[in-house]
Design a protein around this ligand. Structure first.
Ligand code: RM4
Ligand code: MN
Ligand code: MN
Length: 396
């Protein structure tokens, strides 16, 4: 592969950053605040714009409706604010889990008022998408039950099918619905969309513009995620990713911090599909991380750069040689094709690509050498003091 082809692949790789990755977050046990953490949508968009300016790879930012769109927020203004920071609003994430009414679930709840609240919220989220120019709406439902017998599983399934169908019909033609799954948490006995098979069925029932969203942290230990990815791609049902890493559960750690080879193998399956002629250009690469302890912007830059590195390595797998080894049942030869690409030193390619774009050759170093964090800490601390904020102890 020559330099131009490598650069074209890097040009085509964009990854969306989540607004909530810049905010103070914690665990259910507590929250440790950082002076430079973003506390308003304006600050989150500033941070996202800064990361994009340094990396050139994240032109959109995902928003979480209740966390970012406080009552009275004008989505048209938000769109302009994003543009002002050199980015655009990406996926819209409705919040169907934090209000009291959702105690027994949202769209799956046996209570009509909960289902009605979910319906209202999603319809207004679709409007936010329309106004901000976003073409993605992502559904993660916290719905589930905690004890055997608590509720009728199939009745809940039918409620959700009907809701997704209605919401799909309310979406503009340009919008895609992404259905996320998760095996457990916050519900511990049964989760209404527990795995990729259920997400696939719900997406198929919702309508033609609904696809599955794979959050890499939402699998039981040992699950072969790239197998799921390859299968969904072959069925034209892979909508996108929420990238993060994990050691035990839905840890939301920075991508590749625990197992970079797993991320490489996912990208390898995407490149395999592309070589086979599958259109992978619509697959949405998104980050879903919560940087509880790391400095937020540094964690985000690490993630974007890691994603680029592992994507490029997957592009560089010698697929001709791989096919020949596979044909000959040469397991070691085939595996070595993957290992060779994974262990390849690709820094020179990335540095040359960044130079060609006028980007800093080392985005993390450039950020650390800048006064961005010091300035943000000063301005944001002053804003918090003026607003009388003391720093909360809840999750977000
Ligand atoms: C969930 C899931 C969703 C995210 C929420 C905050 O575990 O990953 O995508 O929006 O967390
Ligand atoms: Mn997620
Ligand atoms: Mn998650």
């Amino acid at each position: 592969m020559n330099r131009d082809e490598q650069f074209a692949l890097l040009d085509g790789f964009a990854i969306e950053i989540p607004s909530w990755g810049f905010a103070d977050t914690g665990t259910r046990f507590g929250k440790f605040t950082q002076p430079a953490a973003a506390g308003t949508l304006e600050e989150k968009l500033q941070d996202a714009g800064h990361v994009h300016r340094l990396t050139g790879a994240c032109p959109t930012v995902a928003v979480h409706v209740l966390w970012d769109f406080k009552p009275g927020t004008d989505p048209n203004e938000t769109r302009k604010l994003a543009e002002h920071n050199g980015i655009a609003i990406g996926s819209i994430n409705p919040n169907l889990f934090q209000d009291q009414v959702y105690k027994f679930g949202s769209a799956c709840s046996p209570n009509e008022d909960a289902r009605a609240a979910a319906d209202d919220h999603v319809l207004s989220s679709i409007e936010i998408g329309r106004a901000t120019g976003s073409d993605l709406i992502s559904f993660w439902m916290a719905d589930g039950t905690n004890y055997p017998g608590q509720d009728d599983i199939v009745a809940r399934k039918k409620h959700l099918e009907a809701a997704l169908k209605k919401w799909h019909a309310a979406m503009p033609e340009t919008m895609t619905m992404l259905v996320e799954y998760k095996p457990f948490e916050p519900a511990w006995y049964h989760t209404d969309i527990a795995d990729w098979g259920m997400a696939l069925l719900f997406a198929q029932k919702a309508g033609p513009r609904a696809k599955v969203l794979v959050d890499t942290g939402h699998h039981l230990q040992g699950t072969n995620i790239e197998h799921i990815v390859a299968t969904l791609l072959d069925e034209d049902m892979l909508g996108g990713f929420h990238f993060n890493d994990r050691k035990y559960a839905d840890d939301d750690l920075t991508l590749g911090s625990i197992d970079p080879y797993a991320v490489f193998r996912i990208f390898h399956e995407i490149r395999n599909a592309a070589e086979r002629g599958v259109d992978v250009s619509k697959v949405a690469y998104m980050i879903d991380q919560s940087h509880n302890l790391k400095p937020k912007i540094e964690a985000m830059i690490q993630t974007v750069v890691t994603a680029q590195e592992l994507y490029l390595k997957a592009c560089l797998v010698d697929r001709k040689a791989l096919a020949a080894f596979q044909k000959a049942n040469d397991i070691v030869g085939a595996e070595e094709c993957l290992r060779a690409a994974f262990y390849m030193d690709i820094q020179a390619i990335l540095v040359a690509w960044r130079e060609s774009k006028g980007l800093p050759t080392d985005p993390l170093k450039a950020h650390r050498e800048s006064d961005y964090t010091a300035k943000a800490a000063k301005a944001r601390t002053a804003r918090r003091v003026a607003a009388g904020e003391t720093g909360g102890s809840s999750y977000a």
